[in-house]
Write a protein that binds this ligand. Sequence first.
Ligand code: KIV
Ligand code: ZN
Length: 524
Amino acid sequence: MSDTITIFDTTLRDGEQSPGCSMTTPEKLEIAKALVDLGVDVIEAGFPIASPGDFDAVSQIANKFGDQTTICGLARCRTEDIDRAWEALKGAQNVRIHVFLATSAIHREFKLKMAKEEIVRRAVDMVKYTADKMASRKDITRPNVEFSPEDAARTELDFLCEVVEKAIDAGATTVNIPDTVGYATPNHYFKVISHLKQNVSNINKAVISTHCHNDLGLAVANSLAAIEAGARQVECTINGLGERAGNAALEEIVMALRTRKDYYGIESKINTPRLFPTSRLVSSITGMKVQRNKAIVGQNAFAHEAGIHQHGMMQSRETYEIMRPADVGYIGQNLVLGKHSGRHAFRNRLIELGYQLDEETMQKVFDDFIALADKIKEVHDSDIIALIENRAQAASSIWTLASFNATAGTGSLHTAAIKLAHRDGHEVMDASTGDGPIDALFRCLEKITGVHVKLKDYQVRSVSSGTEALGEASVEVEHNDRTYNGKGVSTDIIEASATAYLNALNKVLSGTNAKAIHPQRDGV
Ligand code: KIV
Ligand code: ZN
């Protein structure tokens, strides 16, 4: 008999805490839509008290998608946090508030400066407060309240049992057991969850949840161990996005459960062919690249290079393949269209790739495709996706690149002249010198936009194959101690670099990182 698991996605909350991955509200709405299409059960949309932007995003996501899935807002164990979360969520249909309070000795002593009794009292009071608040809405008969004892994996087991038991008595319907610092190992975490199952008298009244960070590279393994021990909710992010080494990767957990259903006997509601397009979308919006050999959604995840593998595959696919590429919506390096392909074929291909664009965007991307097909002989799926992402990026930008000129050569003085178009319609032109054409361009972009940043990382790679391929540039910059990522594509890598830098400057200008409060670092 098979059992089901609740997939709780926290890409928009824990994932967004990753440096440089802050998103605007329209970007979050786009990801939320993709998560709904993917079939996740709960979307943790943000931390409403953190900033007006976070509040707005949670509220818009809840009102737009709360009839299709459950939307959750995070709150510390403080009345003002809970009030703010409820304010953002209260108008939507299916909502959850997630309250958390650290319980480990190290957090009690150094972060909270609170004794065990105070922690228990605060957790119980705040879970009750949350449940009462939600129950003020007539149609909510069983308030959906999640409680997390932060740093649970490093908490004394007896104390963890006590907090969890009392939180359930106070009204928590889900108890999440976070491995906040990625300290657990699979066997250890299995024992923690088993211990809770055996020693918390009311444990059957709540769902046990797992939330693992990847500092030791064990987040997915630990989550699976917790599921084996009885957890029936798993908290995870697309591409394993998250602070430091990230959170458990949703796509890996889902495909492990599906591929090894013989072993786990557990099903999720995830529409797995949406995994690859959702991964691309998150990578494109956050600017956080997916490594080529990443499990499930990496570009090489289904590439069989070795002759012996290819021979085996030709005899029977299952000799070397445990999942079919189509099961995860994998997009390879297929050669699809050329410059004589019509709009109709192009549109069909976009649908096959999982994109539904409005007429106006579709026309713009088609024009880009024709221009590209004119320049390069072979247009691959990955090129088409890059063009779509480029368009989406340009649509939300304050400044776009109208034209530029940069000189390269052996001398030491290089110049760049740039014309930028502002979204209000006016254009600005200027020129700068620099140590190479890229440096000159970057300086000129800073001069026009008035934003000065420190370049931390700059990379260029080809989107598909061949010397004529589209080039993708990515940059990581720092501004006021915050990190911003930018990405750009073009057949001209100098243009791709300028677009990537401008993308990062646009993010600084639109202030997507302006959070006043960090959920974990800012105490109780
Ligand atoms: O890692 C963590 O402990 C968290 C909590 C807020 C659940 O993200
Ligand atoms: Zn976390």
